[in-house]
Design a protein around this ligand. Structure first.
Ligand code: GDP
Length: 458
């Protein structure tokens, strides 16, 4: 049971906080929160791995586990029982509403780890963008089975696209679970083969070698997930930490608590009492119960009636926290996913036209002036057009290669202007990283990622 306690207020926000007031929370954990997104090719074993991990850590009740064991035996697919654990955590989520980003959590020695975007959704990428937009670190799961790693890694496989996406969304720390190594007899040679191929690619994708850790494991057998390995073949050559300890060693990014408040809304629902709730992540700043916030882009003032973090109520929440906020003073009908709760004085910019520096991954037809796209900005999806191609840049130096190029092909880097069908809340990347990134998609394929470099008054 959770107990009231005084929390450690980061020193940077002390000046904003009334020293005579007792701030308390029922978080029940003093551990740092680390948000993780799980990525990888379909069937790499993501759900099985995370399900097994949660079971090993006692996060799943014996009763639930027993139920799944029986059901999975019945259909002759016993290996499914772990994958179901994650679905259940998603479904059982409080308030009876389904969210795109399902959540499950577990603890390591020093951290409380929240899994964003339980994998296994039908249309994974848009959800993954939302999940990854809120994550601190990523876990990339690859299937070590001969032939399977190769097909997931080849062009068209999701291993590459996911890794590129999370890096473009600003995630720099990556743990790679070299999974299903049971199918390769725990071969060191196979492990190294995968490691070498991925190392090269990840470096090109912009990950620093020191920020990437590889762990051999099996989600199905549970090997090397939360305890040191016991398989003789693996013990012979692997002396590193288990998956849980690798996750524990990830750094929690510095939370921008002293900057003006920004909360991106990724879910809206009716609360129990008066008012309604919005869920989202505090990108910047501090939120106190009783605060007045500006709902943008509609620019209406709302009052914060309650805050909860991981479903426990709290009087205060900081940048980095995933919160549900009960609001009053605005009509639920007027609020939509993708809106931002902003500091009323230092407001979030609202515009329908901005300049971005794009990295083009994958286009069938080169991008030309007027090119229609869907932009993903946090949890928002809107139609937009690339209205101006301003400059083609050198990929590594950023130097202008050509002004006003006629088109942009694969793997190019360019400065463009984008016009969205309606005004949205955006920031320049240099001001607020999380609100300064966009992904561009066409017909279900991510074609480019961009950083917002300028915002025009519209
Ligand atoms: P996801 O699509 O990445 O979430 O993959 P799943 O977790 O649904 O797993 C896909 C298939 O691989 C299922 O049939 C699992 O039973 C199987 N699988 C998952 N992990 C392992 C593993 O570590 N070893 C073996 N041999 N099979 C696994």
């Amino acid at each position: 049971p959770a107990t009231e306690r005084t929390i450690q207020i980061p020193s940077k926000v002390k000046e904003k906080i009334d020293p005579n007031k007792q701030y308390s929370t029922e978080r029940g954990s003093e551990k740092d929160h680390l948000y993780i997104v799980v990525i990888g090719h379909v069937d790499a074993g993501k759900s099985t791995l995370m399900g097994r991990l949660l079971c090993e850590l006692g996060e799943v009740s014996q009763r639930t586990l027993h139920k799944y064991e029986q059901e999975s035996k019945k259909i002759g697919k016993q290996s499914f029982m772990y994958a179901w654990v994650l679905d259940e955590t998603g479904e059982e989520r409080v308030r009876g509403i389904t969210m795109d980003v399902g959540r499950a959590q577990f603890e390591t020695k020093t951290k409380k780890v929240i899994i964003l975007d339980a994998p296994g959704h039908a249309d994974f990428i848009p959800n993954m963008i939302t999940g990854a937009g809120q994550a601190d670190v990523a876990l990339l799961v690859v299937d070590a089975t001969r032939g399977e790693f190769e097909s997931g890694f080849e062009l068209g496989g999701q291993t590459r696209e996911h890794a590129l996406l999370v890096r473009s969304l600003g995630i720099s720390q990556l743990t790679v679970a070299v999974n299903k190594l049971d199918t390769a007899n725990w071969s060191e040679e196979r492990f190294n083969e995968i490691l070498n191929k991925l190392k090269l690619f990840l470096k090109q994708a912009g990950f620093k070698e020191s920020d990437v850790t590889f762990v051999p494991c099996s989600g199905l057998t549970g090997e090397n997930l939360v305890k040191p390995p016991t398989e003789l073949e693996l013990c012979k050559w692997y002396k590193g930490p288990c998956l849980l300890d690798v996750i524990d060693q990830c750094n929690v990014p510095v939370r921008p608590v002293a900057k003006p408040l920004r909360i991106t809304i990724n879910d809206i629902f009716k609360g129990t009492g008066t008012g309604f709730c919005v869920a989202g992540r505090i990108e910047n700043g501090v939120l106190n119960k009783g605060d007045k916030v500006l709902v943008c882009p509609i620019k209406e003032i709302a009052e914060v009636k309650g805050i909860s973090i991981n479903d426990l109520s709290s009087n205060v929440a900081f940048a980095g926290d995933q919160v549900s906020v009960t609001l009053s003073g605005v009509d639920i009908q007027n609020v939509a996913v993708g809106f931002v709760l902003s500091d009323p004085v230092q407001q979030v910019p609202v515009s329908s036209r901005f300049e971005a520096r794009l990295v083009v991954f994958n286009v069938k037809v080169p991008i030309t002036k007027g090119y229609p796209v869907l932009i993903h900005h946090q949890s928002l999806v809107e139609s937009a057009n690339i209205v101006k191609l301003k400059a083609l840049l050198n990929k590594s130096t950023g130097e202008v290669l050509k002004k006003k190029p006629r088109c942009l092909g694969n793997n190019s880097v360019a400065v463009v202007d984008i016009e969205v069908c309606r005004p949205i809340c955006i920031e320049r990347y240099k001001d607020v990283k999380e609100l300064g990134r966009v992904m561009l998609r066409v017909a279900g394929v991510t074609i480019a990622a961009g950083l917002i470099t300028d915002i025009y008054n519209t």
